[in-house]
Ligand binder design. Sequence first.
Ligand SMILES: C[S@@+](CC[C@H](N)C(=O)[O-])C[C@H]1O[C@@H](n2cnc3c(N)ncnc32)[C@H](O)[C@@H]1O
Length: 422
Amino acid sequence: MSDTGVQARRAAVYVLDQVLGEGRLMSEVLGAGTLDKLDASDRARAQRLATQTLRGLERADRVLQKHLQRTPPLMVHNALRVGAVELCQGEAAHGVVNAMVELVSKHKRYGKMKGLTNAVLRKVAAKGPEEWGKLRAPRLPKWLRGPLADAWGAEAMGHIEQAHFAGAPLDVTVNGDAQAWAEKLGGSVLPTGSVRVTDARQVSAMEGYDAGIWWVQDAAAAIPAQVLAPQSGMQALDLCAAPGGKTMQMAAMGAEVTCVDISKGRMARVQENLTRTGLKARVVVQDALTLDGKYDAILLDAPCSATGTIRRHPDLPHAKDGSEFGALIDLQAQLLDHAATLLKPGGRLVFCTCSLLPDEGEVQIEEALERHADLSIDRDALKVDGVDPSWTTQEGGLRLRPDFWTDQGGMDGFYIAALRKA
Ligand SMILES: C[S@@+](CC[C@H](N)C(=O)[O-])C[C@H]1O[C@@H](n2cnc3c(N)ncnc32)[C@H](O)[C@@H]1O
């Protein structure tokens, strides 16, 4: 790591410029190799700083607001935001202020704003940490808060925002003795069988990773394959499979799995994951809408708004504006209709999305049941260990929210429903 942490902070500010200024997701910015020149520890630090700043953006702006007469240019504003978040979360003032002043002073256009940066961050260092704790959990932008508050109510909305601000622990799915691995990893076994590691280190350096005993998967994301529960030897299809968490679960259950995804790049990760874990599946890069064949069990984890994953991806509400969601909702319905044609009579289809929007969950299933007289909801499939019956919805699906299991660290938002073909 560089001595002063300037490089990591500069990279974090660049990532924020891209998310907040260009509407790019952090995964796109990082995927384009933005941080590749940094060493591993600076890269991790830059990513952590950008993530923490996005999570606490509203608080950072409130703390900064009273020291700014007008909004500075985005790059300077983002440097102040990163600095404010670090200071308010207990980082030593001299290191943060010096690094941010140096970073701004080297900027071609805004170098002259180093004095302002110094003055503002010194004021934040003096009072900010005390103010920080009294501020509310940051709210989602209106375009997303509106529909979510309509769906779940104002009180739940506040709890969801608190869960977003708290962030997410590391959950892993173990192919083996979960209790034994929970002890080795310093975690605990959740009611649904996932292992939660609160004191997470670098994942690839953790015991059992290289040996492929476990893979990273949020506890909520592990439930759809448990609901489908294909039996050993069954022909199972994982539609929209990459990076392959659910494929691996079904392969570990003994099913003959075919996994399909449209993205060649993302499917390379499925192949890597299968190689690491020693699990077997037929890997197909193809548009799921053009697939044929007949299967006993199908899992459709459809592309969606990903609004259930904001704890891990706080960039999403800032980079997006909801304008793409209509096309995703149409695609989900098409994928559901096509998946139904791939089911054998008596076969089962689990539909899921990592979304908090009913249009991508409850409404999709209600409408699919109207379109397909030969499909019925399978409520019994939801009787999975650790799944609270109160999570069941009116039409017979499961609604999971980030504010569930609060005492244990929450879970991603998900919708899951099981359908059976006559
Ligand atoms: C929510 S992610 C899947 C996560 C995965 N099931 C897992 O558990 O690791 C959605 C996936 O849908 C894929 N996708 C989008 N449109 C598709 C299509 N028409 N056919 C197949 N895959 C598609 C995307 O490439 C993406 O990998």
